[in-house]
Design a protein around this ligand. Structure first.
Ligand SMILES: NC(=O)c1ccc[n+]([C@@H]2O[C@H](COP(=O)([O-])OP(=O)(O)OC[C@H]3O[C@@H](n4cnc5c(N)ncnc54)[C@H](O)[C@@H]3O)[C@@H](O)[C@H]2O)c1
Length: 268
């Protein structure tokens, strides 16, 4: 089978390298708005074939993997789903847009295509998803990252905060997951993932903390409900290619691709 990867950044590159030895996958079509980056990867990885446009190859692929940006998810998800092709989306924050979420979920159903949302940079999504079948009274997430994990950010600028100048542990944001994803689109995909797995974007509460003393991207997920209590801390090593992205996020995408293309799913 063939797959198509959108994005040749930290996650897309790690995926392409991991998929190269998988015998079930023949070709990795790759697109990126940076042709240079995509053709460079094509030169290094034999199975990679750069395509400037995915439309001509859509009926030749089993799975599209979005590893680029919310804009890319917004553009490519309807294309893949309309063609009846499954899509794995890493830029999960895009689903805080209620209209996009409704349309994408409807389209997937109408075309019998699937949308896969990997657990990404956080542990505990499997338990939260099962727990949400019963009443959940609260879900909170505290995300703590070093200053290097925060790039230019309009919300922080409006508050007069420069993450690069933060010298002590500082709370940057507290509020709903919907607001968190809106203000930190590149940093807080996990807030979207737990919202979708649990009690939604309004009721899920998020704190974002910048701490110059930490070297990891830490996610502390807590939930309470009829099932009992969940308390999970994930301390992620940042990706060497992009400090905003945790290495575990790329690994979770690879693990998801293995499940989708394989025959045994553990921890479904
Ligand atoms: N789900 C999670 O837990 C999780 C964790 C980390 C990152 N992410 C998200 O995954 C995505 C990829 O992360 P990354 O670290 O690999 O990013 P990156 O910045 O290293 O690479 C992104 C690549 O995508 C390309 N790109 C961006 N928008 C595009 C578009 N519209 N069309 C074509 N190409 C486009 C860029 O040119 C770049 O090469 C980001 O949206 C990030 O927020 C999700």
């Amino acid at each position: 089978m063939n797959i198509c990867v959108i994005g040749c950044g930290a996650i897309g590159t790690t995926i392409a390298r991991a998929v190269e030895p998988m015998q079930d996958i023949a070709t990795i079509y790759l697109t990126d708005r940076s042709k240079e980056c995509a053709t460079r990867l094509q030169e290094k990885i034999p199975k990679v074939k750069y395509v400037p446009d995915i439309l001509p190859i859509l009926n030749d692929v089993k799975l599209v993997v979005e590893a680029a940006s919310q804009d890319a998810a917004r553009y490519y998800a309807p294309l893949a789903l309309s063609a009846g092709v499954d899509i794995l989306i890493m830029s999960i924050g895009v689903f805080q847009d209620e209209e996009f979420q409704r349309d994408a979920f409807k389209l997937a159903k109408r075309k019998s295509a699937k949308i896969f949302l990997p657990s990404g940079a956080i542990g505990g999504i499997d338990a939260l998803s099962a727990a949400s079948l019963e009443e959940i009274s609260e879900v909170t997430l505290t995300t703590t990252k070093p200053p290097s994990a925060f790039g230019p950010n309009a919300y922080l600028e409006s508050k007069g905060i420069k993450a690069s100048e933060v010298r002590e542990r500082t709370e940057l944001f507290a509020g709903s997951a919907r607001e968190a994803v809106r203000h930190f689109p590149q940093n807080i995909n996990v807030a979207a993932t737990i919202s979708l797995a649990g009690i939604g974007f309004e009721k899920t509460m998020i704190r974002i903390v910048c701490d110059p003393q930490v070297q990891t991207n830490e996610h502390h997920l807590k939930a309470k409900g009829k099932f009992g209590e969940l308390d999970v801390v994930t301390r992620n090593v940042p990706s060497p290619r992009n400090p905003k992205t945790s290495y575990l996020a790329a690994l979770s995408a690879i693990s998801a691709i293995r499940k989708i293309t394989g025959h045994v799913w553990v921890g479904v």
